[in-house]
Design a protein around this ligand. Structure first.
Ligand code: ADP
Ligand code: MG
Length: 582
């Protein structure tokens, strides 16, 4: 039998070599390999360093980060793009907490991922003896994740990994936590006994089918709609039911409206796209098929502006998502692919009742908005310094010519304006700050997208957003990934023109560095870098960067007054009274 040393890291080369024995760390590495994990994102230290080497020894890629939150964002992004859980590995205490931010975010966004954190001996944590990096991680993680397991002995590891995988992808996907205690990692076992622990789990992912009654009800409502529309969410993108969605849209001529990460599921510029008719659909549609989207804050909770007589047909894998904010006329609970199979079969031979004027009206509105939008970009063309729109005008044709590039996007105005300006034509090619609208997913998502798909990735980042994760651009460089990070520097959170209160000589709370040379940060790590002040320079830099298939960073100098507070969602701020300085 082929054997590997139990402690292969450089520091421990001199450790005794017992070919017939293995540790819990080895069991973990083998368990991950056994369940089909290809990449682990993490940051090593006590007690997981050796485990990372052993993971590499299994032929799994270990992508070492500078901050656990970013490693977690990478794992979550792999989960969203591949439908398989991404894996994050961290040290204990602060490393665990840093990573947990990403795992909680994954759970909220329904991305499958598994966080594995080294942990102190739980018997010592429970007795509060003040052991190394003492924290009750298991119970801290529990309320923020879909499932949590604690391995106190090496024998538990293979089952914990398999169960975590199943929990992450089954039903509504989410984040799963495994507390990997030091005693379990360090436990020594006979190799022969360890080998017996591994088993091949059957049906790690079992899609569920909707009930025939639910399908009949939905078909009846859809086919009797006068003004129907489809609303896609990122759950629909995640489900990878692209051909079925296309059939429903095109065979029955139903206009569609994507949420931001569902852009490209059907082409944004397609003849049935109602991307620019959001308000009209909310006010006028009589039936909306909601697919893998939640009627949450981003959709006015399905109330308010929406037609009060609207009937929602909601396709979701999670039964508890139904009736959350308003009654749903036809819930269809199941995996989207199977739900669409059943709905398409039920619609066979039936015809729609769509008003003849509905589609032409949406298409006319789309055309008129398109003209206005083009004028907006045209008007900004010669602004100097550039505005967000000047820069996006330069970027738009380049990304249109490279449709297979994955776009990562975060910021406030940078997020809102990029989402509006950049059309997507392929599914799962847009990753952004999503349901929590958080900043600090950029570099992790860039790296996760590049590693998981092998595709080129472009990130469009606000200067503030980039600051949360910027150091992990060095990780993209170390792994020589085909990513280009474009930083829109307007010198601040929202913009760079904040005025400090008169009691201080400090900068305003929203002020950052309008003259920062982010390109020099890229130089430090050997990236190809650019500092651009005009649209022509930006076009040239981005074209070259994408073609290079190497890590590139473009610092885009914008005007400090480009962008407004909170972008499109300023209404969510508590309303201010007069500024009070005493
Ligand atoms: P968006 O922000 O784009 O509106 P959300 O994250 O709010 O999207 O909603 C995604 C929805 O998709 C969730 O309610 C989730 O349960 C659902 N979902 C996830 N995977 C599937 C699937 N395979 N089939 C059907 N629905 C799914
Ligand atoms: Mg900014």
């Amino acid at each position: 039998m082929a054997t590997t040393p139990i402690t292969p890291s450089a520091d421990s080369k001199a450790a005794p070599y017992f070919p017939e024995q293995v540790t819990g760390m080895y069991v973990l590495a083998r368990a991950l390999k056994n369940v089909g994990i290809e990449n682990v994102y993490g940051l090593v230290g006590i007690p997981v360093t050796e485990a990372a080497y052993l993971i590499q020894g299994q032929g799994i890629r270990f992508v070492g980060f500078r901050h656990e939150q970013q490693a977690g964002m990478a794992a979550a992004t792999e989960g969203f793009l591949t439908k398989k859980p991404g894996v994050l590995m961290t040290v204990s205490s602060l490393g665990f907490l840093n990573g947990l931010t990403a795992t909680a975010n994954a759970t909220v966004n329904c991305y499958p991922m598994i966080q594995i954190s080294g942990a102190s001996d739980p018997t010592m944590v429970d007795m509060n003896v003040g052991t190394y990096e003492q924290l009750d991680q298991f119970n801290t993680a529990k309320p923020l994740v879909k499932a949590a397991f604690r391995c106190s002995k090496a024998e538990d590891i293979p089952a914990a990994v398999n169960r975590a995988y199943r929990a992450a992808v089954s039903g509504r996907p989410g984040g799963v936590y495994i507390d990997m205690t030091t005693p379990a990692l360090g436990q020594v076992m006979n190799r022969e006994d360890a080998e017996k622990l591994f088993y091949t789990p059957v049906d790690l992912y079992t899609p569920t089918a909707p009930s025939p009654e639910a399908v009949d009800r939905a078909v009846e409502i859809i086919t009797s709609a006068k003004r129907p529309a489809i609303l896609f969410g990122k759950g629909a993108a995640y489900a990878q039911a692209d051909d079925k969605i296309k059939t429903l849209v095109e065979k029955y001529n139903i206009p569609y409206l994507p949420m931001s990460m569902a852009k490209g599921l059907m082409p944004d510029d397609g003849p049935l796209s109602a991307l620019s008719c959001r308000s009209t659909i909310m006010e006028k549609a009589d039936v909306v098929i909601v697919m893998g989207a939640r009627l949450n804050w981003m959709l006015s909770f399905g109330k308010g502006k929406w037609n009060p007589d609207i009937k929602f047909v909601q396709l979701d894998v999670e039964p508890q998502e139904i009736d959350v904010n308003r009654p749903i006329a036809a819930p269809v609970i199941g995996d989207l692919g199977l739900s669409l199979d059943a709905i398409l079969a039920g619609m066979e031979g039936k015809t729609m009742s769509t008003d003849a004027a509905w589609l032409p009206a949406l298409q006319a509105e789309t055309k008129a908005k398109g003209v206005k939008f083009a004028a907006r970009i045209d008007d900004a063309k010669s602004a100097m310094p550039m505005t967000h729109w000047t820069a996006l005008g330069a970027i738009k044709p380049i990304l249109a010519a490279n449709p297979d590039v994955i776009l990562v996007n975060e910021g406030a105005n940078t997020l809102d304006d990029t989402r509006d300006a950049i059309s997507m034509s392929l599914p799962r090619h847009r990753v952004d700050c999503a349901t929590w609208a958080i900043m600090g997913m950029g570099m992790g998502s860039v790296i996760g997208a590049a590693v998981a798909t092998g595709k080129s990735v472009v990130a469009i980042e606000g200067d503030s957003a980039f600051g949360f994760s910027g150091m992990d651009f060095s990780t993209a460089c170390r792994f020589n990934l085909p990513v280009t990070v474009v930083i829109f520097n307007n010198g601040g959170i929202y913009n760079g023109i904040g005025v400090p209160m008169d009691k201080t000589s400090d900068p305003a709370p929203t002020t950052l560095d309008i003259h920062a040379r982010y390109d020099k940060l890229g130089d430090a790590f050997g990236a190809q870098t650019y500092y651009v002040q005009t649209p022509d320079e930006l076009s040239k830099a981005l074209t070259e960067s994408i073609a290079s298939k190497k890590p590139c960073l473009i610092d885009v100098q914008l005007a400090a007054d480009s962008g407004k507070e909170s972008g499109h969602i300023g209404y969510l701020n508590p309303a201010p009274l007069q500024q009070i300085t005493v």
